[in-house]
Design a protein around this ligand. Structure first.
Ligand code: SAH
Ligand code: SF4
Ligand code: F3S
Length: 425
C-alpha cells in the first residue's frame, strides 16, 4: 500500500464534557474530509487547542500551551494553528488574543468548529478516508450557553446565553451516533432543566428523553447538568419510568451554607436542596447522585464550610467534583475580596476528598457479591472497562470483545474509585 499521504491533525482538549464532545465531532468531520488523526502534536499539519478557563489554573495551563506553540509555528509556518473553546469566548474580535498570540491562524468560539472546516483547504477526495470505530459512549450537546450567572462563574460570559437545539436536530444526531455504534448517549447542557424554554412549543428535557429513548441501538441515556432550583417533577418521573435512562443525576450543590449560596446567586437553600434529594430518592430508588462543590468562596468561614461538609455527610454522594474558589475577571464575585487563604482552601478541599473516599469505599464495599449491569466501553491493559448505571467504574478480566455490550457483572473486589468483577452466569 502506498504511504499514507493524508494531512494530519492533532486536537488538544481540556475542560468539561462539552469540549470533549466538540473535539470528538471535529475529529470525525476532519477524518471525513480526508484528514488523519496524529498522535503527535509537533508533526501535525493542523493543530487545534480546545480550551477551558473555568479557573485560573485552567487558564494558565492553556496560556502556557499557547505560548509554547510560538516556536512550533516558527519551525513549521505551513502548519495551521486553531484555538477554540472558552478562552476564545463568543466574541473573539472583542478580545486582545489576536494581538497577544499573532501566530494563531484561527480563533473559534466554543463549539464553532464548522467555521474551521469551512476555512480548510479543499482536499482531493481520498479512498483512504476511514473513520475509526465510534466510542460506545458519546456526548450530545442539547443546549449551549447559560442564563444563570452564578456569581463565581465565567461560563455565561464565554459561552453566551442559553440556546436550545431543536429536538429534531438532537434526535438526528443521536440516531446518527447510534448507527455508528454508540450505545450510550449523555445529553449535555449547563442547566439541562431549562432545555427548550427558548424554543417554539417549549419542549422539555423530559419530552426529549422520551423521544431519544426510542432510537434503535441505544442502550443507555444520561444527561447533565441539573440545577437544584429548576429540576422538575416531570424529569424525575421520566428517569423513574424510562428503563434506558440511568439512575444517575449530577446535581451541583456548590455550598451547604445558605449565606454563601445567596452570595453565589444560586437561588436555593441547603434545606431546599435536601428536600429535592429526598424527592429524587423516593421516586428513583438506588439513584446515584453526583455533585460539585466550591470551597473557599469569598468570606466563607470555617463554620460555613462545615455546613457544606454536613450536607455532604448527610447525602452520601457517589461523586463530588470539588474545587478551590478561583476569582474570574468579569464575574460578580471577582469584586469581593478573595480572602480565604490558599492553604485553608486546600485543607477544605482535602477534607471533602477524604470524605468522598471514605463514603465511596463504604458504598462500593456494600456491593461485593452483588450483580450489577455494566456497559463495557474498551479494553485497558488486559481488562474490560465499563460503567454501572450509577456511573461507577468496573473492570472485568473476561474474554472479549465486550465493547458496547451490557453484561451483568458479579462484584468481586471493591475500592473507592473502581470495582472489579466477573460476568455473572
Ligand atoms: N453548569 C454546571 C457546570 C459549571 S462549570 C453547573 O452549574 O454546575 C463546572 C464547575 O466548575 C462548577 O460546578 C463549579 O463547581 C466549578 N467552578 C465554576 N467556576 C468556578 C470558580 N470561579 N472557582 C472554582 N470553581 C469554579
Ligand atoms: Fe456557571 Fe452557574 Fe451557569 Fe453552571 S449554572 S454554568 S455554575 S453560571
Ligand atoms: Fe471550561 Fe468552558 Fe467547560 S470554561 S468547564 S470548557 S464551559
Amino acid at each position: 500500500m502506498a504511504r499514507d499521504s493524508r494531512p494530519t491533525f492533532f486536537i488538544w482538549t481540556v475542560g468539561c464534557q462539552m469540549n470533549v464532545g466538540d473535539s470528538r465531532r471535529l475529529a470525525e468531520s476532519l477524518e471525513a474530509r480526508g484528514y488523519r488523526a496524529s498522535d503527535r502534536l509537533d508533526s501535525a499539519d493542523l493543530l487545534v487547542l480546545n480550551t477551558c478557563v473555568v479557573r485560573q489554573s485552567a487558564e494558565e495551563r492553556v496560556l502556557g500551551r499557547l505560548s509554547s506553540l510560538k516556536s512550533f509555528k516558527e519551525r513549521r509556518p505551513e502548519a495551521l494553528l486553531a484555538v477554540m473553546g472558552c478562552l476564545v469566548g463568543i466574541e473573539p474580535e472583542a478580545s486582545d488574543l489576536a494581538t497577544r498570540f499573532p501566530y494563531v491562524d484561527h480563533w473559534l468560539p466554543p463549539s464553532a468548529y464548522e467555521a474551521l472546516l469551512a476555512r480548510l483547504p479543499e482536499l482531493p477526495m481520498s479512498s483512504e478516508a476511514a473513520v475509526g470505530p465510534s466510542p460506545v459512549s458519546r456526548y450530545v450537546t442539547i443546549m449551549r450557553g447559560c442564563n444563570n450567572f452564578c456569581s463565581y462563574c465565567i461560563v455565561p460570559y464565554r459561552r453566551g446565553l442559553e440556546h436550545s437545539r431543536p429536538p429534531e436536530e438532537v434526535l438526528e444526531e443521536c440516531a446518527e451516533l447510534a448507527a455508528l455504534g454508540a450505545r450510550e448517549i449523555t445529553l449535555l447542557g449547563q442547566n439541562v432543566d431549562s432545555y427548550g424554554q427558548d424554543l417554539p412549543g417549549r419542549p422539555t428535557l423530559a419530552e426529549l428523553l422520551h423521544r431519544v429513548h426510542e432510537i434503535p441501538g441505544l442502550l443507555r441515556l444520561r444527561f447533565l447538568t441539573n440545577h437544584p432550583k429548576d429540576m422538575s417533577p416531570d424529569l424525575i418521573e421520566a428517569v423513574a419510568s424510562l428503563p434506558r435512562v440511568c439512575e444517575h443525576i449530577e446535581l451541583p450543590l456548590q455550598s451547604g451554607s445558605d449565606e454563601i449560596l445567596r452570595r453565589m446567586n444560586r437561588h436555593y437553600t441547603a434545606e431546599q436542596y435536601l428536600r429535592l434529594v429526598e424527592r429524587v430518592r423516593r421516586s428513583i430508588p438506588g439513584v446515584a447522585l453526583a455533585t460539585d462543590i466550591i470551597v473557599g468562596f469569598p468570606g466563607e468561614t470555617r463554620a460555613q464550610f462545615e455546613e457544606t461538609y454536613a450536607v455532604l455527610e448527610t447525602v452520601g454522594f457517589s461523586a463530588i467534583h470539588v474545587a478551590c474558589y478561583s476569582p474570574r475577571q468579569g464575574t460578580a464575585a471577582a469584586r469581593l475580596p478573595d480572602d480565604v487563604p490558599a492553604e485553608e482552601k486546600e485543607a477544605r478541599r482535602a477534607m471533602v476528598e477524604e470524605l468522598l473516599e471514605r463514603q465511596s469505599a463504604e458504598a462500593n464495599a456494600a456491593l461485593l457479591g452483588q450483580s450489577l449491569e455494566v456497559l463495557f466501553e474498551e479494553e485497558v491493559r488486559g481488562k474490560w472497562r465499563g460503567r454501572t448505571r450509577g456511573n461507577a467504574l468496573v473492570f472485568c478480566a473476561a474474554e472479549g470483545p465486550l465493547a458496547g455490550r451490557l453484561i451483568d457483572v458479579r462484584i468481586t473486589w471493591a475500592g473507592p474509585w473502581s470495582m472489579q468483577g466477573e460476568p455473572a452466569r
